[in-house]
Design a protein around this ligand. Sequence first.
Ligand code: FMN
Length: 328
Amino acid sequence: MRIALFLLRLLPPEISHSIALNSLNFLHKFNLTSILFPYENSSESFEFKGLIFKNKLGIAAGLDKNGDFIDSLGALGFGFIEVGTVTPLAQPGNPKPRIFRFPNQGAIVNKLGFNNKGVDYLVKKIKLRNFNGILGVNIGANKTSEGQKRVDDYIECFKKVCPYADYITVNISSPNTPNLRSLHKQENFLPLFEALNLARIEKQYHKPIFIKLSPDEDEQIITGIIEAIKKFEFDGVITSNTTIEKDNLRYSGRSNLEGGLSGKPLLEKSNELLKLTHSYAPNLLKIGVGGVDSKESFNSKLDKGASLVQIYTSFIYHGPKIVAKLLR
Ligand SMILES: Cc1cc2nc3c(=O)[nH]c(=O)nc-3n(C[C@H](O)[C@H](O)[C@H](O)COP(=O)(O)O)c2cc1C
């Protein structure tokens, strides 16, 4: 396993991610995943709005954008899987290279820009899944959509995925789609939230809706969003997406490193946002994500008010064995 991870690290990040995930699918076809990567589910289960999460650890959005790996990720022991971010139309994302690894710091910087195969493809994959754990779908807008068209994109995704999703995450916080984070401003999130609320009523969707937040906004902005989440009776927040601040990252060679930073250097910042949201909204569900790579960092999220925890970067660096480590 160590050798495989070492060899994969020699390849460009996107190629190695793709090889690793496709190998996982291959192993899963022969029922080898749970034999090679056993995990002991001693972690507590969790119930929310009638959904049973068999444990509190999930895979964060972005790893399986198109729903191609749901069953094999599920077989690794994750209590829930969030697929996406998905947009109405397929789009290629930003030009490569767009993922930069910092293994010594347990960090990644990415500027992918919602590369995905579009919502219709994702729905097809979701319908084919065997995974019977909790499946969340993370929705967004196409890069060129602005104003009302941007709101319409979220609603189109919402309506198409809601029959199949156990929860829906509204991603307003990716730093890699121009202007997306402007959805943290009241004049932009209110029309979006109103439209989501109407779509939820029209579709009689009674499962949870979560809003995924940026760790780079100030307290006033965050509390404004929380008030609106409460007003529309959405269910919770995911704290947090990546940060554009690179102060915690040691790097040279690229003076202007664009994109969102994830992994260890994000732990503290995402925990601050988690603490803040918990203090303003103790009754909203919080999913803590950002920098979890050990039992200690996992527990730090629970201690600060998260009911559930997700990982992304540590899965890239440590592979499937991180699941057993965190659930032990
Ligand atoms: C390569 C990469 C792609 C990502 N893509 C998405 C995405 O499509 N949608 C999203 O909401 N978050 C995305 N994220 C953010 C993660 O879901 C997560 O919020 C963030 O990486 C912090 O968790 P971590 O420190 O465990 O990686 C992405 C992260 C990475 C590293």
